[in-house]
Design a protein around this ligand. Sequence first.
Ligand SMILES: C[S@@+](CC[C@H](N)C(=O)[O-])C[C@H]1O[C@@H](n2cnc3c(N)ncnc32)[C@H](O)[C@@H]1O
Length: 269
Amino acid sequence: MADSAVSHGSLPLAGRRDDDMPGHWLLARMGKRVLRPGGLELTENLLRDADLHDADVVELAPGLGKTARAILDHRPRSYIGVEADEQAVDLTRQAIAEAGSVRHADADSTGLHDASADAVVGEAMLTMQTDRGKSEIIDEAFRVLRPGGRYAIHELSLHPDTLSDEQKTEIRHALARSIKVNARPLTETEWRALLEKSGFEVERVRFAPMALLEVKRNIADEGVLGTLRITLNILRNRAARARILQMRRVFTTYRDEIAAIELIARKPA
Ligand SMILES: C[S@@+](CC[C@H](N)C(=O)[O-])C[C@H]1O[C@@H](n2cnc3c(N)ncnc32)[C@H](O)[C@@H]1O
């Protein structure tokens, strides 16, 4: 799908006001297409580490369908997306055309068969769930994976592991206030513990800076023209500009404590 094919009208929450919109959909409305904290580079590492060639792949929460396309470049045996937002389902269907299918369902109850996938991929979707919601989705990924299958996630993490509960709460509140999503990033130890509680063995962890709103990252993710288009859209829209500057302030204030994390977890054979 050409990015220009995504009109504002077809984006999720198209009728919602800019000052009240979840941060990721606000950025999408401004033209941003890479909506995950570690950017395309961490996605590329994640997909390589997940070993997708000839695999049956399930993607949880494909959003605009950008990673779906990248997954297809790895020549999986099959692709199924599972997305809770109806408009995002349509966008991912457009993105993959006949190369797979997309279900409108919650990631914690995909309706897929037990042990039917070799890899489950999810980006920027677990962080926004409650602790219980995270566990329900991880349990579901475990259920649909075959023994030896990989669960590959790209999420937000907190550093260092020794942050106090008060510091974690302060960061989570600041994030939630600015992006208007109840973001609950975890430390590496907490992510590992959650995956292990569902039965996974964590095989690989990588980090990348949380640079979603940095110019250099945007040029890498969206290209020079894409970055210019996004910048012009933000400059033209006062409410969106105020929101995005506020988000950027929070990301900058906590730049030493927030990072993108990749984890590859295996269902024991
Ligand atoms: C920040 S966007 C990330 C989209 C995409 N994974 C990416 O990295 O570009 C979050 C996506 O998660 C989807 N989502 C959130 N909770 C979900 C759930 N419980 N089940 C399925 N999709 C969910 C939202 O509809 C949205 O498309």
